[in-house]
Design a protein around this ligand. Structure first.
Ligand SMILES: Nc1nc2c(ncn2[C@@H]2O[C@H](COP(=O)(O)OP(=O)(O)OP(=O)(O)O)[C@@H](O)[C@H]2O)c(=O)[nH]1
Ligand SMILES: [Mg+2]
Length: 391
């Protein structure tokens, strides 16, 4: 950013700001060589057009800026489609105004378009929106399927959350370094951003997600809803916060994240906060910030995803928070059915011990409570016996 102008007044229909301010803005652009103007307020197309004409540079508003940032960061097909959709919906709203203006004859040849072309343009945008929505519906169906299948597994799920650029994906990579090999059946169940990980002798499903952002426009919340749902359906939220930034910024972003978690309806889920990027701070700075943040951040742990600092401590706390596991042992007479039950059990829970004696098998496993119950009744159906069942 090379300069900033503020004005408090009722928006001017032609330029959003007053004409005097426009002259001032044009002057500032000449002085600084700025290439783009970003408005904090939403701009109407006619205003953007008028300001561009007066100043000679590109004009966008906050919404378009967020779209540009998201577009640059989007990695998955779904995220890319969501951004395209948000862009098109924005275009459609503007196209409507263009149609209206062109029809009124207020502005013949508005932005070089006649009434007929504007109509065609409007219809084209609408069609493109339909196509993208269809593609997104397909991806969403797959996502729901993934989640449903994942829910059938006996592993607790953790989802990473946090402001954009906090280090979620880096932490995801750091925590999945000791990834557990998974068989093909399980592999197809997991999406690309979910991995089976093991720490503190327990297995978890870890999911990376998109970043939160302040005052996310409504259309974008809608667009990212399905991605945010990953967070709602998890057993634990690992909230990542970049604490290398100034304290005020850190606090602001932390509260945006906590608010977002609440707004998407995930407030009942336990949260652990990774205060990340400590490698960029001195010992004293870390200490100071930790003291200021420890009451605001749920279960804070100081980390560096980049250098793998304090990851063991983080893993310990995760395992401790998710300790409502059941450890159970059973004896089962061997049969074909029992064998296929065992292979099912292996891919869905953490089997800790297996021993065979004659024609019986002895198994110890760990799983989330409701899943352990399911195993228990299956064992009994197969003529086996539960030897122990501990919470
Ligand atoms: N110095 C330092 N840099 C880090 C650390 N963790 C992440 N980064 C850097 O921060 C930047 C963003 O990291 P990502 O892991 O992509 O952040 P993210 O939260 O996944 O971002 P979005 O997916 O855009 O929401 C990258 O340049 C990382 O290398 C850390 O512990 N220390
Ligand atoms: Mg990321």
């Amino acid at each position: 950013m090379v300069g900033k102008i503020e004005q408090i007044r009722a928006p001017d229909p032609r330029y959003q700001i007053g004409y005097g301010k426009i002259k001032e803005l044009a002057e500032l652009i000449k002085e600084t060589g700025a290439q783009k103007i970003i408005f904090g307020n939403p701009l109407r197309p006619v205003q953007a057009y008028n300001i561009a004409k007066e100043t000679g540079v590109e004009v966008i508003d906050r919404f378009q800026l967020i779209l540009e940032i998201f577009a640059r960061r989007a990695t998955t097909t779904e995220a890319k489609l969501q951004i395209q959709l948000a862009k098109l919906k924005y275009e459609l709203a503007r196209a409507k105004e263009k149609v209206r203006l062109a029809k009124l004859g207020e502005q013949p040849g508005f932005m070089g378009l006649g009434a007929y072309e504007v109509d065609v343009y409007y219809e084209t945008v609408k069609r493109q929106i339909q196509t993208i929505m269809e593609k997104l519906r397909k991806i969403r169906r797959k996502r729901v399927l993934h989640r449903e299948r994942r829910a059938e597994l006996g592993f607790p799920s953790i989802s990473l959350a946090g402001y954009t650029n906090a280090g979620k994906s880096s932490l995801f990579t750091a925590l999945t370094e000791e990834e557990v090999p998974v068989d093909d059946a399980l592999f197809t169940t997991l999406s690309t951003t979910t991995r089976l990980v093991k720490f503190s002798r327990k297995k978890f499903l870890l999911t990376d997600t998109v970043g939160f952002i302040d005052r996310l426009p409504l259309t974008l919340i809608e667009a990212f809803r399905s991605t945010l749902e990953e967070t709602i359906y998890s057993d634990l939220i690992l909230l990542v916060v970049d604490i290398s930034e100034p304290l005020a910024t850190v606090e602001k972003k932390l509260s945006v994240c906590l608010e977002t978690i609440e707004r998407i309806g995930a407030s009942g889920i336990p949260i652990i906060t990774a205060l990340n990027k400590i490698d960029l701070l001195s010992q004293t700075e870390i200490q100071e910030k930790f003291e200021k943040l420890q009451d605001k951040a749920p279960k804070p742990v100081l980390t560096s995803a980049l250098y793998g600092l304090n990851l063991n401590q983080l893993k310990e706390i995760i395992a401790k928070t998710l300790r409502n596991f059941v450890q159970a042992s059973f004896t089962l007479p061997l049969s074909n059915e029992a064998m296929s039950f065992l292979s099912w059990l292996f891919s869905r829970t953490d089997v800790q011990e297996v021993s065979y004696e004659g024609d019986t098998v002895y198994v110890t496993f760990e799983a989330v409570p409701w899943f352990a119950e399911k195993v228990k009744s299956r064992v009994e159906e197969l003529g086996g016996k539960i030897d122990s069942f501990k919470h």
